[in-house]
Design a protein. Structure first.
Length: 85
């Protein structure tokens, strides 16, 4: 799981062009949106599309759990690993 967390941090930086941030600066259990990394809804859409393409997973925007999957890098890693299993 630790490898997936690091992989997701790099994906977030690459997909969202966060040039001023290193993977080490992204704390895996801090929020991705708002107070934490400061991502917005457009970032969520871009990240979701990248995850679907890279990991061949399905993300249902209408599902009430989707927001919790994108809460932080750790929850995203759990979602991706569970969806790829």
């Amino acid at each position: 799981m630790k490898e997936l967390v690091e992989e997701l941090k790099i994906l977030i930086i690459d997909v969202l062009n966060l040039e001023d941030i290193t993977p080490e600066e992204i704390v895996a259990d801090e929020p991705l949106f708002g107070e934490g990394l400061g991502l917005d809804s457009i970032d969520a859409l871009e990240l979701g599309l990248a995850l679907q393409k890279k990991y061949k997973i399905s993300i249902d925007a209408e599902n009430e759990n989707t927001k919790s999957h994108f809460a932080n890098v750790n929850s995203l890693a759990k979602f991706v690993s569970g969806s790829c299993a």
